[in-house]
Write a new protein. Structure first.
Length: 116
């Protein structure tokens, strides 16, 4: 097991090294196929994200993250993206994917479909 270098927390939640095993057999959200490149199972309180060649992540109750990392550089992207989105959702917050610009001292967020 490899720890993710220079990343001790996501949104102030410590990232704990561990086996990152979580069984959600009847999770409302299930993406991917067992053994596929990416597999996600989640309900309102917990989620497990398995990424082939990268590692496994468990997010629980909006205040716990456990990671079993195989590829540290790629794992950082998953921690800052998908894991962060699940943390926010479990905390009752949401992730806004946007770009921002300063227009006369006011921040303007631009959103749209991917590639727009």
């Amino acid at each position: 097991m490899t720890e993710v270098p220079a990343l001790e927390a996501v949104l102030g939640v410590p990232v704990t090294p561990g086996p990152a095993l979580l069984d959600l057999p009847e999770a409302p959200l299930t993406r991917g196929r067992p053994g596929g490149a990416v597999s996600i199972a989640a309900d309102r309180q917990q989620a497990t994200i398995a990424v082939a060649g990268v590692g496994r992540f468990v997010v629980r109750d909006g205040c716990y993250v456990e990671a079993h990392v195989l590829e540290p550089i790629a794992a950082r992207g998953w921690l800052h993206g998908t894991v962060t989105a699940f943390l926010l959702a479990q905390q009752g917050r949401f992730a806004l994917h946007a770009s921002t610009v300063d227009v006369a001292g006011t921040a303007v967020a631009l959103t749209g479909r991917r590639g727009a």
